[in-house]
Each structure stands twice: as C-alpha cells, then as structure tokens.
Design a binder for this molecule. Structure first.
Ligand SMILES: *Cc1c(COP(=O)(O)O)cnc(C)c1O
Length: 381
C-alpha cells in the first residue's frame, strides 16, 4: 500500500481527467485524417454515414442527427418540438450553464426546478408541481453525472400525460442504461455532446440529436443545415451546425473502443467504492440501482466546502473537480430566475460536490494512491 510521502508527492501527478486512448488509436486516426485531407473531404463525407450507423447501433436509437456541439443540439431539438419566443421550459437548477443558454437562445423562458437529494437529478414531484403552476411548453431533463433520474420512466409518462415534449439533455449519458435499456432508445428526443472530455469525445467540438420520429428527425436535420429544403432553397430559419468529416472520423474510431473505455471507467469507480469505507466527512455517492452509469464522473459529497478539500488533495498531486459549484438560479447571468423548490437542495449540495480523478485506463497504482491520500487526510478508512 503506497504511503503518500514527500518523495511520492513530487512524482505523482494524477489529474482530474486525462484522455487516455488505446495503443494504435492515434495512428489509425492520423491515417484516416491524412486521407480525408488528401481528398479535401471536409463536409458531408463518408465518415458521417459510418458514424451514424455505429452510433445508432450503440445507442439503439432510431435516428441520429449530427451537429456542431451539444448546445446547438439542444437549441435545434427545442425548436424542432415547437419551442419559441415566450414559451416556458422547465430545466433542473443543477446542470451545466449550456442547458439554460439553449432555452434562452430559442427565445423561451427558463423555469428552474430543484433536484432530489436522492439522485441529484430533477425532482419528479416538483416537476409535476411546476407543470401545473407554470404551464410550460416543454421539459428539458438533464441526465447528470452519467446517471439519470431514477424516475425517468415517470418523467416520460408525465410529459405524455400533459402532452408536452420531453427533451433529454444526455450530454453526459453516452452508454448509460436505465432499467437495462439505453437511455437514448425510448427518448422522444435526446441530445448529446461530443466535447473532448465527455464519455464519447471528439477532437474538438461536436454534438448530436437522437429521436424516434422520422419527421422530427428530418426537421432537426434541416434546422442544423440552414433550414435547407434544396441547395439554395430554405423554408426554415436554421443554423449552420454541421459535424465535419475530421470529427466524424475521430468519433467513428472512438466508437470502436467505447465499450472498453466505459468498462474501464466503471471498474475504477467500483475500485473507489470497494477501497473506501463511506463515512463522513467525505461521502462517495452511487448511481441509483435502476441505472447502469457510464463512469463519466466520480461524485462525492464533502462535509465541508470543496475548496478546503481540493487544496489538500492538490498538495498530494491529485486533481479534483467541482461539477457544478453553483445552482443555475444563482448565476449572475440568470436574470430574474424563476425557481421551483421547497428546500433549495441544489444550493445545499452544489458547493460541496467533489469529483475525484476518473478517466479511462486509470491504473491500480493511481487508484490506490488516491485512496491512500484520502485515508491520510482522515477521510475514510
Ligand atoms: C457538455 C454539456 C453540454 C454542452 O455541450 P457542448 O458540446 O459543450 O456545447 C450541455 N449540457 C450538459 C449537461 C453538458 O455536460
């Protein structure tokens, strides 16, 4: 068992996230990039079709519409389900800022709903209350931390009952399974991000939309490509939000290894849980039993603030994250925020979240070292 001492301290640098890939992965990408460069195939090339086939196979979704990033994906999805100026949209108070931006950027009015302390996802009961109180035109549910709500099916049924579209922000949920099924499979419409640090990351920005309905898919495709009906015929005001050939190649090659990367993340997550006896002042959280997560982030709850703990771990050469430190409704950019909450759970929890290092192909030595340092700090046994 390594003992974190000064000598180790100087050598050990375990970042919060490091994007490790398989031997031969980069060479394979380089060869295909060189070929695409040689042929000047940059937009709408063959790798896009390959990506579509592979990702539909992986997610079990019916349709995939590639686009430029995860934020655009949400904007396009919201517009495609009919959201526009003045419409209210529900979203969780605990998410990345992009979720809020997407709502505002389509002209809609965001209404934040507090999270459940049980799974840190939007609270189901508060969501129903918000639907009755605010009459929103859509719900934008976020699958945070590579988990999703334990009540996902109830959310889907609730939106069907009130006849409002449910858009699922699955930027962090590639590979996540709910009751044994891919979260993308039964979603009316779900979006994802291929930002490099996500579970399926591109070599830059990229994103995509998944949906059931063929007509909705074709509208999303049109909106992502200048509202094109013909090359110079436009029947919608859309966006330029295409996914380029270089990213498609990188993502296609990554998909060959995605299951291995997820398995590796989950094995590291399990290691933390087995080696670390959960006790305050640091509580490692687990994904609800209905869900098989994708190991996107390790999630712990500190007794004190994130700052204090992260500083101590940094002295041991260990990087950490605090995803996310502030509720959306407390951000300076959220003007006159509307919040549906009873206990302000997000306000209580957000500043105390600490994410330990978790990324593909972490070694046992690295994991042992992190656990040894936590023990040394009196955080667990
Ligand atoms: C990353 C992320 C986004 C934004 O995706 P981009 O590709 O960076 O635009 C949106 N929502 C959540 C929950 C995310 O994690």
């Amino acid at each position: 068992m390594p003992n974190p001492s000064k000598s180790l301290l100087n050598k050990t640098q375990i970042p919060f996230i490091e994007l490790r890939t398989e031997p031969g992965f980069q060479t394979q990408v380089q060869e295909r990039w060189r070929e695409a460069l040689h042929k000047s195939q940059f937009i709408g090339g063959p790798a896009l079709t390959e990506l579509e086939t592979k990702i539909l196979d992986f997610t079990r979704a019916a349709h995939f519409i590639p686009c430029a990033n995860g934020t655009d994906a949400m904007q396009i999805a919201l517009r495609a389900v009919g959201i526009g100026v003045g419409d209210k949209v529900l979203l969780p108070d605990f998410t990345f800022w992009a979720t809020y931006e997407a709502v505002v950027n389509v002209g809609a009015l965001p209404v934040m709903v507090d999270i459940s302390p049980l799974d840190l996802q939007m609270d189901f009961r508060l969501c129903e209350r918000a639907i009755l109180e605010h009459k929103p035109k859509a719900v934008l549910l976020v699958h945070l931390y590579g988990w999703c709500s334990k009540d996902l099916q109830d959310f889907r049924d609730l939106c069907t009952k009130y006849q409002i579209p449910l858009v699922e922000d699955a930027a962090q949920a590639m590979g996540t399974r709910y009751l044994g099924q891919s979260v993308f499979q039964e979603a009316q419409i779900a979006t994802t991000s291929f930002y490099p640090a996500k579970v399926l990351g591109a070599a830059g920005d990229a994103g995509g939309i998944f949906c059931h309905d063929a007509e909705l898919a074709s509208l999303c495709r049109k909106l992502s490509n200048h509202g094109r009906a013909a090359h110079y015929g436009h029947d919608q005001i859309g966006w330029n939000s295409r996914l380029d050939e270089m990213q498609a190649i990188f993502l296609s090659e990554s998909l060959n290894h995605l299951s291995d990367r997820i398995d590796s993340r989950l094995a590291s997550e399990k290691f933390y849980h087995q080696r670390y006896t959960t006790a305050m002042p640091l509580k490692m959280l687990t994904c609800p039993p209905e869900i098989r997560g994708n190991g996107y982030l390790q999630v712990s709850l500190a007794h004190t603030s994130y700052q204090e703990l992260s500083g101590k771990l940094k002295d041991f050469g260990i990087g950490t994250g605090n995803v996310y430190p502030s509720p959306i409704s407390a951000q300076p950019g959220a003007l006159n925020p509307i919040l549906v909450s009873e206990d302000r759970v997000t306000y209580e929890i957000a500043p105390r979240i600490i994410n330990l290092p978790l990324f593909p192909y972490m070694t046992t030595v690295e994991l042992e070292y992190v656990c040894a340092c936590l023990r040394k700090l009196g955080l667990g046994s």
